[in-house]
Design a protein around this ligand. Structure first.
Ligand code: GLN
Length: 485
């Protein structure tokens, strides 16, 4: 059960005026999850009882006259790396076996304050490390458009839950593309906000200088609302931006006078021709809506992947040092000496990809070589940020493919880390530069797999992205296509 147009905003409005009960909204979402989950596997846990109790409480509060929030009664799925007090958080990792969150992430708390109902936690690549949701100790999630294919990653559970219409909104985190890439592969919208726009407090750290919290949704108005609610400075996150939150939900306007840069390097070798064709057609649609396409060049794009994988793994090797068998979750070899206990705990409970990245991160930081690897990567990061800033002096936004490929078969790239890393070629530059980026559905391959258009804007340009995305969606209906049940 949801409001007439199926958006979270309409549902919340109906719950607020009493024409819909939050308990019925939650029940409908649980039914939908029960029907689709066996095929998709988007969730690692569904909070059925807690969600029902919270919905009852929201309905009771409304009857007593307390003002309902803008997300009243809206079920929201939460990626398994965002803390929700009293619930498990496992980051797709065995090393967090038995860990229960002692507090709630700021982003999640702001949604709770707006009336949202957490419905469950979604599957992910272990600690966010991956592009296919296959690196999870719970097993893979499947693409709702083709269960033989991956949903993208690392927020694959969240994107798949939205694509299969189990929820209207799901939270994700994006360090190098983990919201945008699965959104593209699952045919939904996904927004990575400006770095610092949404607090990271309560997000389990992967690479702190790159991590962001954002969401996936089918409706861009819903995506704007949820992002606005989560945004804003937080005294508990020193990197959160102390800058007024813009009105992301502004009504759509024409793209007349808007200049949209098209960087040639994003259409290079390795791009699936079906993706190129769909994105070029999307550029024509934007032009027809009044935007002026501008050819631009970002020559350092090819160095984004090596720079990202050095910086992200360096930060991860430090962030993941806390999982030592003493403070969190699992422990092995408790009767051995300390060194042996650390080694056994980490060897037995981290997956292969996480161990590979810790090793790579330590390698890039080792004394005597750090300048050559980590230092070089930082220098490249600055070049990429500067060349993007220079392009934004001439353009309001950039339009590119989100992923160079459509969803591939489960297992296809699992034994080839480099091939997996190359899935992130087009999403990591925005992460390195800290700028906001949005993926919206812009087509389908001949096999019926979704294709995403990525839009990037200067820092705090979320309203620009949503404006372009909304204009695009009012001219197309790719975002309306649902996977067959
Ligand atoms: N696929 C990229 C990685 O493995 C990005 C992941 C992310 O954004 N969390 O690092």
């Amino acid at each position: 059960m949801s409001a007439a147009d199926g958006t979270a905003r309409a549902t919340a409005a109906a719950v607020a005026d009493g024409s819909l009960r939050a308990v019925d909204v939650v029940e409908a979402s649980l039914e939908r999850i029960a029907a689709r989950e066996p095929q998709v596997g988007a969730f690692v846990e569904v909070f059925a009882d807690a969600a029902r109790r919270r919905a009852e409480q929201l309905d009771a509060e409304r009857r007593k006259g307390s003002p309902p929030g803008p997300l009243a009664g809206v079920p929201i799925a939460i990626k398994d790396n965002l803390l929700l007090r009293g619930h498990r958080t496992s980051c797709g990792s065995r090393i967090l076996d038995g860990f229960t969150a002692p507090y709630t992430a700021t982003a999640v708390q702001r949604l709770l304050d707006a009336g949202a109902v957490p419905i469950g936690r979604t599957n992910m690549d272990e600690f966010g490390m991956g592009s296919s949701t296959e690196h999870s100790c719970f097993g893979p999630t499947r693409n709702p458009f083709d269960p033989a294919c991956i949903p993208g990653g690392s927020s694959g559970g969240s994107a798949a839950a939205v694509a299969a219409r189990m929820v209207a909104i799901a939270l994700g985190s994006d360090t190098g593309g983990s919201i945008r890439q699965p959104a593209a592969m699952c045919g939904v919208a996904g927004l990575k906000p400006t770095y610092g726009r949404v607090s990271r407090f309560g997000l389990v750290a992967y690479a702190s200088s790159l991590d962001t919290v954002g969401a996936c949704a089918t409706d861009l108005g819903d995506l704007a609302l949820v992002t606005r609610v989560m945004s804003g400075v937080d005294p508990r996150d020193a990197t959160s931006l102390d800058h007024a939150v813009a009105d992301f939900d502004a009504p759509p306007s024409s793209l007349e006078g808007m200049r949209i840069g098209v960087p040639s390097e994003y259409f290079a070798e390795g791009l699936d021709p079906a993706v190129e064709q769909a994105v070029r057609a999307a550029l024509d649609t934007l032009a027809a809506a009044g935007a002026e396409p501008v050819a631009v060049s970002l020559p350092h794009t090819e160095f984004a992947i090596p720079a990202y994988y050095l910086i992200a793994t360096a930060e991860a090797s430090s962030n993941l040092a806390r999982y030592d068998g003493v403070r969190f979750g699992a422990r092995s070899g408790g009767d051995a000496d300390l060194e042996e206990m650390y080694t056994r705990t980490r060897t037995e409970h981290f997956g292969a990809e996480v161990q590979r990245r810790i090793l790579l991160g330590c390698f890039g930081l080792q004394r005597g070589h750090a300048e050559q690897w980590y230092g070089k990567a930082l220098a490249v990061r600055t070049l990429i940020r500067d060349e993007l800033a220079a392009v934004f002096a001439r353009c309001d936004a950039l339009a590119t493919p989100t992923s160079p490929v459509v969803a591939f078969a489960l297992g296809d790239r699992l034994t080839d880390p480099l091939a997996m890393y190359l899935c992130d070629t087009l999403t990591v530059p925005a992460s390195l530069a800290g700028i906001p980026a949005l993926s919206v559905p812009c087509g389908f391959s001949t096999a019926g797999l979704p294709i995403g258009l990525q839009l990037m804007a200067p820092p705090l340009g979320e309203p620009t992205l949503l404006r372009i995305g909304t204009a695009f969606q009012s001219a197309t209906d790719f975002h309306r296509r649902e996977p067959a049940p």
